[in-house]
Design a protein around this ligand. Structure first.
Ligand code: BES
Ligand code: MN
Ligand code: ZN
Length: 500
C-alpha cells in the first residue's frame, strides 16, 4: 500500500472518496467539482447524515466512474476530536473500502482544518492506515479474501504546501504502525514457533537491521549471574531460557540510559498452579511486553530519536515437568532476596525481578519502564482498552500521560500504595510471590518495585490491552502491539526535553 500526499482531489484518481463530517455541520465542500457537490447535497436530503461519532454512510455515485463511492464518516463534535477518535473513525471508513474492494482511496483532510495540527493528523492517519490493513494469515493456505486490496491511499488537503511539509510526520507514523504490526506478528506466532530461542533470534535480526547492539545470554551465563528467580520459572520447560539485551545509542554525548524491560513468557501454562484450558488457550501472548519492547526500540532506532535506550527481556516458558518449580519452594534472586513461591502462575514478576536487577546492575540504566502481561486483575479493573500503570514519580506519570495523548493508547494510573507491600510478607522468606486476590495489579507491580533500587520507575500492565478477542477498526482478533505507540511517544518526549 502506498500513501501519497496530494493537493486538491483529482477525483479521477480515486475509486472511493472518504469525507469526514462533523456533527452540526454541512457535508458539501465548496471546492469540489460542481457535480459532486450537487450529488452529495441531493443524496443527503432524504435522511441527512448527522456526523455522529463512528457513524458511516456509503453514497454510491453510479453515473460517474470516479469516484464510485463517497464514504461519509461521522467525526462527532469538533471540539472532542483527538488522535484516537480520528484513527478509529478513519479505520472504520477504510475497512468499508476494503470490503468494497476499492483499489485507490482518497481521504479529504480539508474538513479537519483547524482541529489538530496537520502534522499530527497526518502522522495519526499514516499509523492507522498501516494498522487497519494488518492481518496474520501465514498459516492459512488460502488467505486471498482476507488481504485488503487497497493499493494507494491519497491524503488530500487544500493547503498543498503545508501538506507536503508533513511528509516526515507521515513517514514517522508509518514506521510506528510498522513497529506495532511487528509486535503483533510476534504475539500472534504460536508458542511452538515463537520459543525463547526464536525470540532471541528475532531480536538479533532487528539488531542487524537497525544497527543495535544485541547480546543473548544463555543459561550458564545467567546461572553465573545468580538469576535464580528467572531460572526457576524456566526450569520446567525443555526450551532453554534466553536473556535478550538490546542497546540503542541515539545520544552518545549523554550518559543517561533509559531501561525498558519486557515480560517474555513465550508460554504460560501456570505451572503446577495450572490454568484451566480456557485461560491457557491464548497464553502464547504472555510475551506481549517483550514484543512491544522490541517493536519500540526498532521504531526509536529507525527514527533516530536522540535517546539511549536499553531493552532487556527474560524469555522463557512456564511449564510443568518433574523439574519444574513447586508451590511452597523458596528460591533466590539475582538481587539476593529470597522468595517463597505461593503460586507458580505468578511467574512474570519473578522473571521481571531478575531482569530489572540485571538492567540496573549490568546495563547501568538511570530509569526503568517495565511492560508486562502481568495480571488478570488488570482486565477486571480497566477492561481491554485501557492500560493500568504504576509510576514511582509524578513527573514520569505526567510524561506518560502526554505520550498517551500523542498516541492511540489509553492509560490510567493506579496508586503504588506502599502499605500494600505488607501483602507480600512471607513467614519464611524475604517475600512471597503472590498475595490475596485484592488489588492484584497493584501488588504485582509492588513486587517488581522491590527490585528497582528506588530508581524512577514505571510499570505498564498490558494483560488486558495486548490481546483482543474481537475485531476492531484498527486490529483483527489477536495481538495488538499495545505499548509500542505509547512508549515511542514517551521516548520522543524524552529526546526533545533532553536536547540542549
Ligand atoms: N500471564 C498471566 C496474566 C494474564 C492473565 C495475562 C490473563 C493475560 C490474560 C500471569 O502470569 C498470571 O497468571 N497472573 C496471575 C497472578 C496471580 C496468580 C497472583 C493472575 O492474574 O491470575
Ligand atoms: Mn502466570
Ligand atoms: Zn504470565
Amino acid at each position: 500500500m502506498k500513501i501519497e500526499l496530494k493537493g486538491l482531489p483529482n477525483l479521477n484518481e480515486v475509486k472511493a472518496l472518504i469525507l469526514p463530517v462533523f456533527e452540526e455541520s454541512e457535508i458539501s465542500q465548496e471546492d469540489y467539482p460542481r457535480n459532486l457537490k450537487e450529488v452529495l447535497e441531493q443524496k443527503n436530503t432524504d435522511r441527512p447524515f448527522l456526523g455522529k461519532k463512528g457513524s458511516t454512510r456509503l453514497l454510491p455515485l453510479f453515473h460517474q466512474e470516479f469516484p464510485q463511492m463517497v464514504v461519509l464518516i461521522g467525526m462527532g463534535k469538533r471540539e472532542d476530536l483527538n488522535p484516537q477518535s480520528i484513527a478509529t473513525n478513519f479505520g472504520k471508513a477504510v475497512q468499508k473500502c476494503y470490503t468494497e474492494n476499492y483499489i485507490s482511496v482518497g481521504l479529504d483532510l480539508t474538513p479537519l482544518e483547524g482541529t489538530l495540527p496537520l502534522k499530527s493528523l497526518v502522522q495519526t492517519l499514516g499509523k492507522s492506515l498501516i494498522l487497519s490493513k494488518y492481518s496474520f494469515n501465514k498459516y492459512k493456505q488460502d488467505s486471498s479474501d482476507e488481504t485488503p486490496p487497497i493499493e494507494t491511499v491519497y491524503l488530500f488537503s487544500r493547503d498543498e504546501e503545508e501538506l507536503f511539509s508533513t511528509k516526515s510526520a507521515l513517514e514517522e507514523g508509518i514506521s510506528i504502525g510498522e513497529g506495532i504490526c511487528f509486535a503483533r506478528d510476534l504475539v500472534n506466532e504460536p508458542a511452538n514457533v515463537m520459543t525463547p530461542s526464536a525470540l532471541a533470534q528475532v531480536a538479533s535480526v532487528q539488531g542487524e537491521i537497525y544497527g543495535l547492539d544485541v547480546k543473548i545470554l544463555d543459561e550458564n551465563e545467567m546461572n553465573r549471574l545468580g538469576m535464580e528467580a528467572f531460572l526457576n520459572v524456566s526450569k520446567g520447560s525443555s526450551q532453554p531460557p534466553k536473556l535478550i539485551v538490546m542497546r540503542y545509542q541515539g545520544n552518545p554525548s549523554s550518559d543517561q540510559i533509559y531501561g525498558l524491560v519486557g515480560k517474555g513468557l513465550t508460554y504460560d501454562s501456570g505451572g503446577y498452579s495450572i490454568k484451566p484450558t480456557g485461560g491457557m488457550l491464548t497464553m502464547k501472548m504472555d510475551m506481549g511486553g517483550a514484543a512491544s519492547a522490541i517493536g519500540t526500540i526498532a521504531a526509536v532506532a529507525k527514527n533516530r530519536l536522540k535517546v539511549n535506550l536499553t531493552v532487556v527481556i527474560a524469555a522463557c516458558e512456564n511449564m510443568i515437568s518433574g523439574n519444574a518449580y513447586r508451590p511452597g519452594d523458596v528460591i533466590g534472586s539475582m538481587a539476593g532476596k529470597t522468595i517463597e513461591i505461593t503460586n507458580t502462575d505468578a511467574e512474570g514478576r519473578l522473571t521481571l525481578a531478575d531482569a530489572v536487577h540485571f538492567i540496573i546492575d549490568q546495563e547501568k540504566v538511570n530509569s526503568i519502564i517495565d511492560i508486562a502481561t502481568l495480571t488478570g486483575a488488570a482486565l477486571v479493573a480497566l477492561g481491554k482498552n485501557i492500560t493500568p500503570y504504576l509510576s514511582s514519580t509524578n513527573e514520569g506519570s505526567q510524561q506518560l500521560e502526554d505520550a498517551s495523548k500523542n498516541s492511540l493508547e489509553k492509560i490510567w494510573r493506579l496508586p503504588a500504595e506502599s502499605d500494600y507491600h505488607d501483602l507480600l510478607k512471607s513467614e519464611i522468606a524475604d517475600m512471597k510471590n503472590s498475595g490475596p486476590r485484592l488489588a492484584g495489579t497493584i501488588v504485582a507491580g509492588l513486587f517488581i518495585e522491590k527490585f528497582t533500587q528506588s530508581l524512577p520507575w514505571i510499570h505498564l500492565d498490558i494483560a488486558g490491552t495486548s490481546w483482543q478477542d474481537k475485531k476492531g477498526p484498527l486490529s483483527p482478533v489477536g495481538g495488538t502491539g499495545a505499548g509500542v505507540d505509547l512508549l515511542y511517544q514517551y521516548y520522543k518526549i524524552q529526546s526533545r526535553s533532553k536536547k540542549e
